[in-house]
Design a protein around this ligand. Structure first.
Ligand code: SAH
Length: 253
């Protein structure tokens, strides 16, 4: 049996209770070494076989899994954040399905959520935006034309941009041409939730490139853009308003 598990964003305590149990029980662990905090591997049994997939190709990963299956062992395939986002998990799941290998998936706390927690920020604010777009900027990995940053940004939603901090100048250009003002607030969170390593940079579209350069951040960072970050003039929600009734509470005014 293979368990695909989301390890969370970096803080070893941000794995789910279920993910933690599966990791403790695993005979074989294949972890995404480029991003998973190795602290979390201290949960593994001393005799567990541990592989870092950063140095492996798809076929090698599948080979390790197949050998474990033949030996009746349990494998955890440990991905960073949540496995459903930018994890190249689909090709692994498809290959396991094709080979008749049984597997399941345990979700994890994605880094865009850890970044919100670090920023102490809600992404969906009443009267401002009710939508979050998760995306990346096209670079070495292309993004379909229909969902270029220029097009997505026209909606003026909250944007959580993965895998793109090295492309910040291009992002700034795209967002300005899509209609975001140069004063639009932007935050960059490096290693959100990692103990002692996290860095938070807050700025505006016209300052952020330089700020991030000065902080020497060129990877493992989440870029958040949008009016939700603007701390002035935030309308209050209806949910807790005294004039608003809903299923669980009557209006009081
Ligand atoms: N599945 C992962 C994303 C993997 S892609 C998730 O759900 O978070 C790797 C990208 O995720 C990085 O380039 C960066 O943009 C982002 N990322 C991963 N961990 C991060 C963290 N702790 N803080 C900020 N960004 C992070």
């Amino acid at each position: 049996m293979v368990h695909i598990v989301g390890a969370g964003p970096g803080d070893p305590e941000l794995i789910t209770v279920k993910g933690q149990r599966l990791l403790k029980e695993a005979d074989v662990v294949i972890y995404a070494g480029s991003l998973v905090n190795e602290e979390i591997l201290k949960l593994c049994k001393p005799e567990a076989e541990i592989y870092n997939s950063a140095q492996m190709m798809l076929e090698e990963i599948l080979h390790v899994i197949s050998l474990a299956e033949k030996a009746g062992k349990t494998t955890v395939r440990l991905h960073t954040g949540d496995p459903s986002l930018y994890g190249a998990t689909q090709e692994q799941m498809d290959a396991m399905q094709a080979r008749g290998i049984e597997f399941d998936v345990t979700p994890g706390v994605s880094s865009f959520l850890a970044a919100a927690a670090s920023l102490k920020q809600e992404y969906t604010l009443p009267g401002i935006t009710q939508t979050v777009i998760i995306t990346r900027r096209g670079g070495r990995t292309p993004v379909p034309d229909t969902e270029s940053l220029k097009k997505l940004a026209q909606h003026q939603t909250t944007l959580c941009i993965f895998l793109s901090v090295s492309l910040l100048p291009e992002i700034k250009r795209d967002l300005l041409s899509a209609g975001f003002k140069s004063s639009t607030p932007v935050a960059v969170v490096y290693k959100a939730s990692w103990p002692n390593e996290e860095k938070i940079i807050r700025g505006r579209l016209d300052t952020i490139v330089q700020q991030v350069q000065e902080a020497n951040i060129d990877r493992t960072a989440m870029i958040i853009v949008g009016h939700c970050l603007n701390s002035e003039s935030r309308p209050k929600s209806k949910l807790y308003s005294p004039t608003f009734s809903h299923m669980f509470r009557q209006a009081r005014i």
